[in-house]
Design a protein around this ligand. Structure first.
Ligand SMILES: [Fe+2]
Ligand SMILES: [Fe+2]
Length: 148
């Protein structure tokens, strides 16, 4: 699905929806790590999962500064194309990485929108640009391995 995360009209909602998306992504990453065979793939994806945990830490800090509740898990909104449940039935490193890559389309789009969202502060927009660069790096690796 094409995500609308990042297009919220308030900074508070933007941060909260990004947190939900990130928690969904982290759950999908864990499912991916559990199912990959190749140790190099597992290590790399665990490294990327740590990037997402940093995103969560910063977003949680932002929610606190804004005085709103910081979601601590994903929900049933299905922001991701291939969430943890769908991933559980996929077999083979290349197929799994290709499926995970579609999730990075969503996270990239969300941070691309967020970095241009006028309700966010310039500091937050700069962080969203950095997160977009992280997600782009994740997707490029997954695509290269899926094609290898
Ligand atoms: Fe992330
Ligand atoms: Fe990612």
């Amino acid at each position: 699905m094409v995500t609308t995360v990042g297009t919220e009209s308030t900074f508070e909602k933007l941060v909260q929806n990004l947190l939900i998306l990130e928690h969904d992504a982290i759950a999908a990453y864990q499912s991916t790590i559990d199912r990959l065979d190749d140790q190099t793939h597992k290590t790399k994806i665990a490294e990327f999962k740590a990037d997402h945990e940093k995103h969560v830490a910063e977003l949680t800090r932002m929610a606190g500064a804004l005085g709103v509740e910081a979601p601590t898990e994903g929900d049933a909104k299905q922001y991701l194309t291939t969430g943890k449940v769908a991933l559980a039935s996929i077999i083979g490193d290349r197929t799994i990485l290709k499926a995970m890559s579609t999730n990075e389309i969503e996270t990239k789009m969300a941070y691309d929108h967020a970095s241009k969202n006028a309700s966010a502060t310039p500091e937050a927009q700069a962080f969203f640009r950095q997160a977009l660069a992280d997600e782009t790096r994740h997707k490029d690796y997954m695509d290269s391995q899926a094609a290898a």
